[in-house]
Design a protein around this ligand. Structure first.
Ligand code: GUN
Ligand code: ZN
Length: 419
């Protein structure tokens, strides 16, 4: 890797829900894998006298962040059966049983991270199958910056997966030691697949070690009925996790589609994050995310693909669905918010610091190059176009992905003209 590189192209950097910084002719100066300067080309070039610029014919944006994905479902994405619970039983759990085999886990983990870079995703939070060795395989193959954990399943699940799943926190210790608190996420699959006692034990352990936690909450009506049956003393689904001490600012809750007012208030009070997964919600017809309530209660959220319920690894696809589905509900959403929720918000949700997921000095130089189109650079029009297309087109749309300033190698058999 050259220690210092000056890239020249258009650039769009997310700031918050309503704004971004866009430059038609920008410079991105990278030193030692980190951004030293980003902004108008001439101003950045002055900071590196004599440094030859590397022209990038496209638009530079931060690497995407996918804060809810199941890497062990990549081979069965897009296979739907009516609702969540039958879909899990028919398609997903049998597929996850395959990861009992260490070679399958190692091979698919490599495939997964290669596919992530092709789609422009450099950070995220991913569920493994319950087998601890599958999470180790993913950590060994990791490219980019991820949080990972085995989906804990200790009840109401196929015996093979229950047998593979750690139950006692002591059994998770070696995995936590291997990944460290930076990359480990405690991952109770959902309330249905655990007892109240297990959830409490995991909650205590997470608090003791300051762990990030990921799980699913209130995704589908059938799931809500099951949770009410299994936890008759809980006030509602959210209360099941709250009573177990699992809710806090380091908790990331997938979906949250069917929440009562009390539950919104509880999430806001605990500072918990939501992983909003619009393509998954659409594919499984789980319901619509109540964006107005999330905004009203100031509950923070970021975007996720939720593959395999989500049909595509592409966060461009997820951002496009975010805009399309909320506009169809009559809720105003802007391109600036879509980009922010799939980059900066996700990185903050992962605990990577105040300016994480942005193209600003000091941050890791993880970025994606997207096609620019012809004519004058109009960032908002460009963005609406760039997130439009079929899932397959959008997965292949990035021209290149850079990790710490180095272009990630192309997956086998593909050329990457921009690198
Ligand atoms: N709820 C529990 N497990 C899963 C899963 O694998 N995918 C989705 N979408 N929801 C879940
Ligand atoms: Zn999920």
């Amino acid at each position: 890797m050259p220690d210092c590189a000056l890239f020249r192209g258009a650039l769009v950097d997310p700031v918050d829900e309503v704004s971004w910084r866009a430059e038609a002719d920008a410079g991105l100066l990278v030193e030692g894998g980190r951004i030293r300067a980003a902004g108008p080309f001439d101003a950045v070039a002055r900071q590196a006298p004599g440094q030859e610029a590397i022209p990038l014919d496209g638009v530079i944006v931060p690497g995407f962040t996918d804060i809810h994905i199941h890497w062990v479902q990549q081979t069965v994405r897009g296979q739907y059966a009516d609702q969540l619970l039958p879909w899990l039983k028919t398609h997903i759990w049998p597929a996850e049983c395959r990861y009992g085999d260490a070679d399958t886990a190692a091979r698919d983990a490599r495939l997964f991270f290669s596919d992530m870079l092709r789609a422009g995703t450099t950070m995220g939070m991913a569920y493994s199958s319950p087998h601890p060795h599958a999470t180790r395989a993913a950590f060994g193959a990791m490219r980019g910056d991820w949080r990972l954990g085995p989906a804990l399943m200790t009840a109401n699940s196929p015996p093979e997966l229950v047998a593979a799943s750690p139950r006692d926190p002591a059994d998770l210790k070696p995995l936590l030691a291997a990944l460290g608190t930076r990359h480990f996420a405690l991952t109770p699959r959902f309330a249905v697949s655990a007892s109240a006692a297990d959830l409490r034990a995991w909650g205590r352990w997470a608090a003791r070690h300051g762990l990030h936690i990921q799980t699913h909450l209130a995704e589908s009506p059938g799931e809500l009925e099951e949770v009410a049956r299994l936890f008759p003393d809980a006030r509602d689904y959210t209360d099941v996790y709250d009573a177990a001490g699992l809710l806090g600012p380091q908790t990331v809750l997938g979906h949250c589609l069917h929440l009562r007012e009390r539950e919104w208030e509880c999430l806001a009070a605990r500072g918990a994050w939501i992983a909003h997964c619009p393509t998954s919600n659409e594919a499984l017809q789980s319901g619509c995310f109540d964006l107005a309530s999330a905004r009203r209660h100031r509950v923070p959220f970021a975007l996720g693909s939720d593959v395999g319920a989500g049909p595509s690894h592409s966060m461009l696809h997820v951002m496009g669905a975010f805009l399309r589905l909320h506009r169809a509900q009559g809720v105003a959403v802007r391109p600036e918010e879509a980009l922010y929720r799939a980059t900066h918000a996700g990185a903050v949700c992962m605990g990577r610091g105040g300016e994480a997921g942005r193209l600003v000095p000091g941050r890791r130089a993880d970025f994606v190059l997207l096609p620019r189109g012809s004519g004058r650079f109009d960032p908002r029009g460009w963005f609406e176009d760039i997130v439009t297309g079929s899932p397959a087109e959008l997965e292949a749309r990035p021209l290149g992905t850079w990790l710490r300033g180095t272009c990630a190698p192309a997956p086998l058999g593909e050329s990457r003209p921009a690198c």
